[in-house]
Design a protein around this ligand. Structure first.
Ligand SMILES: Cc1ncc(COP(=O)(O)O)c(C=O)c1O
Length: 426
């Protein structure tokens, strides 16, 4: 390699200047069979474990052992209010008030619960708008909700696709569709960061355009939360849902999250699927027959929180609070830009970067399409894995690579880029 700053030495120099570099040492990095640390660029799928996670879980095991039922009130982190301990960390990442966020359930479950409240088809206003490549689980959930309301997906599901020959959605095309369908839309569901392409949508203007149609607006932030800064309160979406096992590093199948805008906090006209944990804590244990919801997002809780499953989220949010999403974003733009320049320099004729080139329109992830046959491209992915570089393959032809600023270094990115060049040449 000849370009001045695209070599191993300069990657190490970048790392030496990185004010967040020490955070990588707070994570457990997986190792290959030979005991060597893997280069893990897959935080868009499953984040790494913080070293503190074990102690957070151990604390709950000790309190359970020591206190049993008394732990609800007497545990170090009392279980009765365990979900509240995630509120400030989640609010900072979501750009929301603490009363607007809640850690509960998992993403698709939360999407269903939100649709119970915010997908209320009435008369001709009975359609849902999504993007054509929406994550399958979202589509399954929406189709099942349409059918639940006696509506046919063929007629009532509007899907906006990128233009022919393009990979990414254009804001103007989404806005044109919103204007065209406006009075017929009951719900608009948008991704924060598209899972396949890594495109970060222009959420501010899109949410404003969607809300001006009179539809409810929801967001799937699976690939956005902990990845890009969010301003959910100011953007004014009605609701958002996310999972915590990706950029939030809360472990496989971790407890998910949900945002409900403050303007809905006290609405008694909204139907919801209720449960006792959404009931006001001041009267919850009077065991009365009538549901009196907590004002705000916690009022959508159904069951008491899974403490052992929520402990890793608290451990991770504590790290985020020290690192801050603003500083992480600054590093992320630089780190992903480094990967982009390496791809352009090393593999200009083989790698097509599907993700937008403009940093504002992407997060950590670059989605790469290789100018090879599908089987040759898949072999490259296998060679990368064998070389100790972990990224993932998504059908039909995308290699997703995500340098995560909390635990990846410039040297990781350099190593991965060189390994890809070798995998292509092999
Ligand atoms: C964009 C997106 N939406 C929804 C989901 C489904 O999440 P869950 O299994 O937590 O419901 C995923 C899972 O990876 C996802 O990436």
């Amino acid at each position: 390699m000849t370009l001045p700053d695209l070599n191993a030495q300069s990657a190490l120099e970048h790392d030496a200047r990185d004010p967040l570099a020490a955070f990588a040492g707070e994570f457990l990095h997986p190792q290959g069979a030979d005991g060597r640390r893997l280069v893990y660029l897959c935080g868009h799928s499953l984040g790494l474990q913080t070293k503190s996670t074990r102690e957070y879980i151990a604390q709950e095991l000790r309190d359970w052992e020591r206190l049993a039922v008394l732990g609800h009130d007497a545990a170090k982190r009392p279980w009765v209010g365990y979900h509240e301990l995630a509120a400030s960390g989640l609010a900072a990442l979501a750009g929301a008030d603490e009363s607007e966020v809640i850690a509960m359930n998992s993403l698709t479950v939360n999407l269903h619960l939100m649709m119970v409240s915010f997908f209320r088809p009435q008369g001709a206003r009975n359609r849902v708008l999504i993007e054509k490549s929406a994550f399958p689980s979202d589509r399954y959930a929406i189709v099942s909700q349409l059918e639940f309301h006696g509506l046919s997906p063929a007629e009532h599901l509007i899907e906006v696709a990128p233009r022919a020959g393009e990979d990414n959605l254009r804001t103007e095309d989404l806005v044109a569709c919103l204007e065209r369908e406006g009075s017929r839309l009951a719900l608009v569901l948008l991704p924060g960061v598209q899972y396949l392409t890594g495109q970060a949508l222009e959420l501010g203007p899109l949410i404003a355009a969607a809300r001006s149609t009179g539809a409810s607006v929801g967001l799937d932030l699976a690939h956005a939360v902990g990845n890009v800064p969010l301003q959910l309160h100011d953007w004014d979406a009605d609701f958002a849902v996310w999972c915590s096992y990706k950029y939030l590093n809360a472990g496989p199948g971790a407890i998910g999250g949900c945002f409900v805008h403050q303007r809905h906090a006290r609405r008694s006209d909204l139907p919801r699927f209720a449960g006792w944990w959404g009931h006001s804590p001041s009267t919850r244990f009077e065991m009365g027959p009538d549901f009196a919801p907590i004002a705000g997002a916690p009022g959508w809780q159904i069951s008491n929180p899974p403490v052992l499953a929520a402990a890793p989220l608290l451990a991770s949010l504590e790290v985020f609070q020290r690192a801050t999403i603003a500083r992480l974003r600054e590093k992320s733009v630089s780190l992903t830009g480094f990967l982009e320049r390496l791809m352009d320099a090393l593999l200009p004729d083989v790698v097509h970067i599907v993700t937008p080139r403009e940093p504002a329109q992407r997060g950590c992830q670059l989605s790469l399409r290789l100018a090879l046959t599908r089987s040759a491209a898949k072999r490259c992915h296998e060679r990368l894995t064998a070389a100790g570089v972990i990224c993932d393959w998504r059908e039909p032809d995308i290699l997703r690579v995500a340098p995560v600023p909390l635990f990846n270094s410039y040297h990781d990115v350099f190593t991965a880029a060189e390994a890809l060049a070798r995998a292509v040449a092999a």
